[in-house]
Design a binder for this molecule. Structure first.
Ligand SMILES: [Zn+2]
Length: 502
């Protein structure tokens, strides 16, 4: 279930520091200098900058952290100092530093903090501060015994000169977006046995419905009757029955125009009869990260009352090997009547998305996005998702939204000549080419999806196989190893801009 953080804001002047502020978060600029706003706040709390310097607590480098106790009555008991990155842009600098501070904060007691001087009076800075702190405090505690659950409240003592209402509205937005992303992280991290398609569908329904979406869960029997044979074929090897979550969110009742979103929801991908090696199978509980990120963005769009209409299809399956599993050589007739020859049962995401996409296009959306962990990796590494699209404005808008969200992506070519790799001797197309290197697999997979989209519809495929989770190698100061929730926050920023542009 989603955990909604309650945020309380008080001005630091009003708080009784001795009783109230348990921790203080302060920021430094490169080269050992306290950010001026942090310095003023610390002095107000009775902490002289020289004292931190003397105890060697000032981080000198960008994103470096120092924590330590503060002794003496009438003061916060602990300080967390983070080095700002002034080159990241004001809002991004605040969000990144706050995320790192959140990781090092303890418990859920009140935190005193001042917006860095570089972000003073910047719209979105308070939102970024709250968003970062909540993202940073994320811990997946479902299976841990004897540890405190992750905090459900954020009590901030802020030193700020912005009108209270504006501050509270921003803090609320930051909490909604961070809670949504943390929910996507929780879903992706949940053990596959605890999120079989029918179980996951119920959780998505409960959360999205509470945010104002109308949700229908398609059962296996209903999928069969309607001809979603790509979904059924992939699910056929597992005893867990498939499901599809269909969502409508009407944020702008004055218009019919809507955006269509599809997300890949493979709750566990063993590779089917194209069984993966155990090292690559180990992380395959993340293979529903696309569906989770889309559902999280829809939740946030509902809670934020964004003026957009959404139509969403999230096919959920488990891909397992068995005597009833999909075989190499099988031919599937998809929802729209097109056929695909299965070469690899491990190229299953496109088979379920083909059904979902062709279903969504029948209502004439004004644009369509598919989000999926489709191809083992994208060409742009662990920091960037890849977006494949012929619609350059749409791809550009998505990349811009990702930049603003701190969840960056990169536009990659939907190179049409590679379509010939998908030529089949027996069906309309085959589900993958022969011996594709990873670098081209993302393009070819996207071209497979393109076959199910009408030529006039602007659409994009976001491949998140490399960004859905960090590993110990790609973890950094803000993002530990584990699921990221990406690109839920980028999608929210894109939907925000889409609503504003309409
Ligand atoms: Zn697969």
């Amino acid at each position: 279930m989603i955990r909604e953080t309650s945020v309380r804001l008080r001005h630091v002047e009003e708080a009784r520091i001795d009783a109230d502020a348990e921790q203080v978060v302060a920021f430094t600029c490169p080269g050992d200098r306290l950010d001026p706003a942090s310095a003023r706040m610390l002095e107000r709390l009775g902490v002289a900058p020289g004292e931190l310097e003397a105890s060697g607590l000032l981080p000198a480098r960008v994103h470096q952290v120092a924590t330590g106790p503060l002794l003496g009555a009438g003061r916060p008991r602990r300080v967390v100092l983070v080095g700002l990155d002034p080159e990241a842009g004001a809002v991004a600098a605040v969000r990144d530093a706050a995320t790192i501070a959140g990781r090092h904060a303890e418990g859920d007691g009140p935190i005193a903090v001042a917006l860095p001087t570089l972000a003073a009076r910047r719209p979105g800075a308070t939102e970024a501060l709250v968003e970062g702190l909540i993202l940073g405090r994320h811990r997946f505690d479902r299976y841990r015994s004897g540890v405190a659950p992750r905090p459900s409240a954020l009590d901030l003592l802020v030193a700020a000169d912005v009108a209270e209402d504006a501050l509270i509205a921003e803090a609320r937005r930051g909490a909604i977006v961070a809670d949504a992303a943390n929910w996507a992280r929780d879903l992706a991290t949940t053990a596959p046995a605890d999120k079989t398609p029918e179980v996951l569908a119920e959780e998505l329904r409960a959360v999205v419905a509470a945010a104002g979406g109308s949700v229908r869960i398609w059962s296996e029997r209903e999928l069969e009757a309607a001809g979603f044979r790509g979904v059924l074929a992939v699910a056929s090897g597992s005893p867990a029955r498939p499901a599809m979550v269909e969502i409508e969110l009407r944020g702008d009742a004055s218009r019919d125009a809507h955006v269509a979103l599809a997300g890949k929801g493979v709750t566990f991908d063993s590779g089917g009869l194209d069984l993966k090696a155990v090292e690559s199978m180990y992380t395959m509980k993340h293979d529903m990260g696309g569906a989770a990120a889309v559902a999280a963005a829809v939740y946030a769009a509902g809670r934020l009352a964004l003026p957009v209409n959404l139509h969403v299809a999230l096919p959920l399956v488990e891909n397992m090997p068995s005597g009833t599993a999909l075989r190499p050589g099988d031919v599937i007739e998809h929802w729209n009547g097109m056929t695909s020859e299965v070469v690899s049962p491990d190229a299953e995401g496109r088979l379920i998305l083909a059904d979902a996409i062709s279903y969504l296009t029948t209502r004439a959306p004004r644009s369509l996005l598919a989000v999926s962990t489709l191809t083992g990796t994208t060409a742009v590494g662990a920091d960037l998702w890849g977006v494949f699209s012929d619609a350059h404005d749409l791809a550009g808008d998505l990349v811009e939204a990702g930049r603003r969200a701190g969840e960056p992506g990169w536009a990659l070519p939907l190179w049409r000549p590679y379509r010939s790799y998908l030529d089949s001797a027996v069906a309309d197309l085959r589900n993958t080419g022969e011996r594709l290197t990873y670098s081209v697999a993302g393009i070819v997979a996207s071209l497979f999806l393109a076959e199910f989209v009408p030529p006039s519809l602007p659409w994009a495929h976001i491949d998140i196989a490399a960004t859905v989770a960090r590993t110990r190698l790609t973890a950094n100061a803000a993002w530990p190893a584990g699921a990221t929730g990406s690109p839920a926050r980028a999608l929210v920023r894109w939907l925000e801009a889409t609503g504003a542009a309409a």
